[in-house]
Ligand binder design. Structure first.
Ligand code: FAD
Length: 456
C-alpha cells in the first residue's frame, strides 16, 4: 500500500496527524510538497516567506532522510501534481491538513473530486495547524464566535488530543522523482535580518522560550525594546511547530506567563474559526461599515510615508522600519501602526494589510486581515472607535526610547522623552537630524475620524 502526505502549512515531522495516519498501514509513503504558482499569484508568497519556506523544506528533507525517506518536491498545479504522483506510485490514499482560507478550501474540493474520480481517497486532518479545530466550539445562535472572550472560555475547556511521536522510519518509493529543493539564497528582496526557518530551529526556539522567556511574558510582552515575546509566529504559520504541542507544553510549564502566552495562541484559533465561517472577511469588512476611506494623491503620499517609516511619529516609524529589516514586527508595533494608518491617516485597512502581507514572515490571511479589521474597527472588536495615541503608546511601551533609537538612527542621539516628540525640539536641531515633521497632527486626525464615523 502507498499513501501520499501533501505537506502545506505543517512543515514538520513531530506531532503530524496526516503523516501518522499515512504510516498506519505500514506501507510506503510519499512526503510531497507542491510549489504551486497559483499560491504566488494569489499573493500568499512574498520574498521573506519564500526564503523561510526554503529553510523549512530543506530541514524537512533532512529529517526525512535521517529516517530513510526524503521529501518529494513538485512544481505546478497542486491537484494535477498530486494526481500525477498518485498515478506514478499507484497510491490509494492521500492525507493532508485542513486549512481555512478560501484558496485552501477550493483546492481541497478540487483535489477530492479529482482523486475520487480515479478511485482514490482524500483524508483531511484537523488539529494540525490549530489547537482546537475551527467549528469545534460555537455559540448556540451562530456557527462561529465573533468575540474573543467567550470563545476563549470555551476553547480553554476543550481537551486537546495527545501529542504524536515523530515517526522513526519512513519508506519512500524509489520511482518517484523530485524537483530540486529551493535555497534561501535564490530568493531576492529578502529582509536583511530575516530569522531562520525549519522545524529544528522552531523546536530550538520553543525549548529556549519555555526555559527562559515564558515566565515573564505576562509582564513584559508589551515592552517594545525588550523583545520579550516568543517570536514563534513564523513557526506556527508554517507549521514547523504544532499548536497542540505548544499549548500543552506551555500549560505544563505553568504560571501566569504561560497562561497569558496560551491565551495569545488561542487568538490564532479564534481568527481561523472566523475566517472559516466568513471567508469573505479576508477582503471585505466583517461588519457592514460605511467608511469613506481617504483616497487620491494626498492619501497616497501619506500611505507612502507610512510604508517608508517617515510619518514623523518615531514609534510608528520605528515599527515600520523593523518590519522592513526583519520581516517581522512586535505585536504592539502592529497595533499602533495599524491604528495610525486607519484612525489617524484614515486610510483603508486593506492598504496596510496588503503591505504587511508583502513583508511579514508570519504573514497569514486569517491573522493579518482579521487583526487589521479589529484595529480598523470594521471587524469583530466591540469598540470599533478605539484609537491608539502614538505618543502615549510610545511613552508607555518604550519608556526610555531604546526601541525608537534602535530603528530610527536619525534620532539615536536625541536624549530623554523628547525622542518620542521630536517636533518639540528647537527647529534647527530637528532639521539637523534629517527626521521629518509629522505628516498630520494627532488632533487633526482625530477630528477627521470623528467627523467620518459620526456620518457613518
Ligand atoms: P507572542 O506574543 O509570543 O504570541 C504567541 C503566538 O500567539 C504568536 O506566535 C501567534 O501565533 C499568536 N498570536 C499572538 N497574538 C496574536 C493575535 N493578535 N492574533 C492572532 N494570533 C496571535 N500574526 C500572525 O501570525 N500573522 C500575521 O500576519 C499577523 N498580522 C497582524 C497584523 C496586525 C495589524 C496585528 C495587530 C497583529 C497581527 N498578528 C499577526 C498578530 C501578532 O501581532 C503576531 O502573531 C505576534 O506579534 C507574533 O509575535 P510572537 O510570535 O512573538 O507572539
Amino acid at each position: 500500500q502507498t499513501s501520499i502526505v501533501v505537506f502545506t502549512c505543517d512543515l514538520r515531522l513531530s506531532d503530524h496527524p496526516p503523516l501518522r495516519a499515512a504510516l498506519h498501514g505500514g506501507g510506503r509513503v510519499v512526503p510531497l510538497f507542491v510549489r504551486d504558482p497559483a499560491v504566488d499569484r494569489a499573493g500568499f508568497a512574498a520574498p521573506n516567506r519564500l526564503a523561510f519556506l526554503a529553510d523549512c523544506l530543506r530541514d524537512l528533507d533532512t529529517g526525512l532522510r535521517k529516517r530513510g525517506g526524503r521529501l518529494v518536491l513538485r512544481e505546478g498545479d497542486t491537484v494535477t501534481e498530486v494526481c500525477r504522483v498518485a498515478a506514478e506510485t499507484d497510491a490509494d490514499e492521500v492525507h493532508m491538513t485542513g486549512d481555512t482560507s478560501a484558496f485552501a478550501c477550493v483546492r481541497e474540493r478540487r483535489l477530492r473530486r479529482a482523486l475520487e474520480a480515479d478511485g482514490r481517497r482524500l483524508y483531511v486532518h484537523d488539529t494540525v495547524s490549530t489547537a482546537v479545530a475551527p467549528g469545534a466550539v460555537a455559540p448556540v445562535s451562530s456557527d462561529h464566535f465573533a468575540v474573543f472572550t467567550p470563545y476563549y472560555r470555551r476553547w480553554s475547556g476543550q481537551s486537546l488530543r495527545d501529542v504524536l511521536d515523530t515517526p522513526r522510519v519512513i519508506t519512500v518509493p524509489d520511482e518517484v522523482a523530485s524537483a530540486p529543493l529551493p535555497e534561501r539564497g535564490e530568493v531576492s528582496g529578502v529582509s536583511p535580518k530575516l530569522c531562520a526557518g525549519g522545524e529544528t530551529e522552531g523546536r530550538r526556539r520553543f525549548t529556549a522560550w519555555l526555559r527562559s522567556g515564558v515566565q515573564t511574558y505576562e509582564t513584559r510582552h508589551d515592552d517594545l525594546a525588550g523583545d520579550a515575546t516568543s517570536r514563534l509566529s513564523p513557526h506556527l504559520h508554517f507549521g514547523t511547530l504544532s499548536p497542540v504541542e505548544v499549548v500543552r507544553r506551555a500549560r505544563e510549564a505553568g504560571g501566569v506567563g504561560a497562561e497569558a502566552f496560551v491565551r495569545q495562541v488561542a487568538w490564532r484559533d479564534f481568527n481561523r474559526q472566523v475566517l472559516a465561517a466568513r471567508p469573505d472577511a479576508a477582503a471585505r469588512d466583517y461588519r457592514t461599515h460605511r467608511d469613506q476611506w481617504r483616497d487620491g494623491k494626498d492619501a497616497e503620499a501619506d500611505a507612502e510615508a507610512w510604508r517608508e517609516g517617515r510619518t514623523g511619529y518615531p514609534v510608528v516609524d520605528a515599527a515600520m522600519r523593523q518590519l522592513r529589516q526583519e520581516g517581522w514586527m512586535h505585536n504592539r508595533g502592529r497595533l499602533l501602526t495599524a491604528s495610525f494608518l486607519t484612525k489617524t491617516l484614515y486610510l483603508d485597512w486593506r492598504v496596510g494589510a496588503r503591505y504587511f502581507l508583502g513583508l511579514l514572515v508570519d504573514g497569514d490571511v486569517a491573522n493579518n486581515q482579521l487583526n487589521w479589521q479589529w484595529m480598523a474597527g470594521t471587524g469583530t472588536d466591540t469598540r470599533p472607535n478605539r484609537v491608539l495615541n502614538p505618543v502615549i503608546q510610545a511613552k508607555r511601551h518604550d519608556p526610555d526610547g531604546a526601541y525608537v533609537r534602535r530603528w530610527v538612527p536619525e534620532l539615536a542621539d536625541i536624549e530623554g522623552a523628547v525622542v518620542h516628540e521630536p517636533w518639540k525640539l528647537p527647529a534647527r536641531e530637528l532639521s539637523g537630524t534629517g527626521y521629518p515633521e509629522p505628516v498630520v497632527s494627532l488632533a487633526e486626525g482625530l477630528d477627521r475620524l470623528k467627523r467620518a464615523r459620526g456620518r457613518a
